[in-house]
Write a protein that binds this ligand. Structure first.
Ligand SMILES: [Zn+2]
Length: 192
C-alpha cells in the first residue's frame, strides 16, 4: 500500500499534532539514538520497544500515531521520513537504530537491515545465540538507501530492526523474553 504523504510537511498540512500524532523524545541526548518512526498505533509496540532499548541512558525518539481511524495515513516510509527535529538530532548521532513492525502475527522473528554491516552482523549473531530467529532481510526491508532514517546519522550508516507482530507482542507480554531481547541489543549498541 503506498503512503498517503511523501514527506513530513505534507503530513503536517492534513494531520493535527497531539490529536492525530505526537512526537516524544528522551530528555537527554546521547551519541546513540533509538528511533520508532512508525510508533503509537501505526506499528504497535515499536515505541515501547525503542524506549526499553534506550533505557534511562540512551537517547530515543518516537513518532506516534494516536488517532483511531485511518492510522495507516501516518506512515511515512523510512527513506522519506524527514521530521525536522529528528533530522537535526541525527546530525550528532554516531549510532542510529530504528525499530519497525512487520505484520506477521503467527511467526516470531525479526529482520535486520541498514548500511552498518558490522553492527548488523553482531546483532544477528548475538540475537541468534539467545534463541531469536533472525531471517534474511527481504529486499524492501534491507534499509540500504542513504536517505533511510537509520542511515542519516553522522556516519551515514545505521541499522533497522523489522520485528514481526508476533515477536513484538511476546516481547511486550513475556518479561523474560523482553529482558533477553533488550539486554542483548543494549550490550552491543551502547559501546558500538
Ligand atoms: Zn516501520
Amino acid at each position: 500500500m503506498p503512503d498517503t504523504y511523501t514527506n513530513f510537511r505534507e503530513l503536517q498540512l492534513h494531520e493535527q499534532e497531539d490529536r492525530d500524532y505526537r512526537i516524544k523524545t528522551s530528555r537527554n541526548w546521547h551519541s546513540v539514538i533509538i528511533v520508532a518512526p512508525h510508533g503509537g498505533n501505526i506499528e504497535p509496540y515499536t515505541s515501547q520497544i525503542a524506549k526499553w532499548i534506550a533505557g534511562e541512558d540512551i537517547a530515543w525518539y518516537s513518532f506516534e500515531g494516536i488517532k483511531d481511524v485511518d492510522i495507516r495515513r501516518l506512515h511515512i516510509t523510512s527513506h522519506n521520513f524527514d521530521e525536522p527535529s529528528l533530522l537535526q538530532g541525527l546530525q550528532q548521532a554516531q549510532t542510529v537504530m530504528t525499530i519497525h513492525g512487520l505484520k506477521n502475527s503467527i511467526e516470531e522473528f525479526l529482520m535486520i537491515g541498514g548500511l552498518d554491516s558490522t553492527l548488523r552482523n553482531e546483532l544477528r549473531v548475538a540475537l541468534q545465540d539467545h534463541g531469536f530467529i533472525v531471517k534474511e532481510s527481504e529486499q524492501r526491508y534491507r534499509g540500504e538507501r542513504a536517505t533511510n532514517i537509520c542511515n542519516r546519522g553522522c556516519t551515514g550508516k545505521g541499522v533497522q530492526l523489522e520485528i514481526s507482530f508476533a515477536l513484538r507482542k511476546r516481547i511486550f507480554e513475556d518479561a523474560e523474553c523482553r529482558v533477553q531481547f533488550i539486554d542483548t541489543i543494549r550490550s552491543l549498541i551502547k559501546y558500538h
